[in-house]
Design a binder for this molecule. Sequence first.
Ligand code: MN3
Length: 244
Amino acid sequence: MSTHNTGRREFLKTTGKAGVAAGIGLSVLPSLVNASPVTAGNAFTQQPLPYSYTALEPVIDAMTMEIHYSKHASAYAKNLAEACAAENVNTQTSSLESVLGTISKYSTKMRNNGGGHYNHELFWQFMKPGMSTKPEGALAKAIDESFGSMEAFTTQFSKAGATRFGSGWAWLVLNNDKKLVIGSTPNQDNPLMDISELKGIPLLGIDVWEHAYYLKYQNKRADYIKNWMTIVNWDFVAKRFQMA
Ligand code: MN3
């Protein structure tokens, strides 16, 4: 069959759905046309970016956001799906956290892409457009008690990111003793992984791979981190702290 005919068949299928949608209002059209149980979102699939590519400017430029989300992060999700298929992880019934928690049983591909996908899905939510809020309530108190002050926390967290050699992440973690700790992990590892030196529930994390900042900041990772601290979504961090 020629591609022309295939295209026509797809066209008819789409307009068929569109015809249904037209009867109940155009606003439901995109979800109806895109709806598919096979690609339905779960923790193993890339979720929509919660804001536009330009939303974090000037701290993070639109081109960096677009390449980071639509190329790097989407590749982790795609490769994770391949690894899950090859290693018999049922993405409909398994939890990604439990896979990460037993990552030593899986391949390097699962480790790199499971971590890469999980870390980035969080990363987009760790940031928010507009001026950053400040930690409040129980989280603010815990930060003060653990690090002395918010300023001291910022200094220590920034240092963890700046001194991570090569590619990786810096984290604020609630460890198994329910204490707040700061540390970093190499590559796409994270504190949920059984192979990680730094262990616990990640509450906040910054991507210090060059792909996260190089277009705008080049070699000045410290400047990227300093500016990044002004767009942290502390409400999201506080929610994770509450649930942890
Ligand atoms: Mn990244």
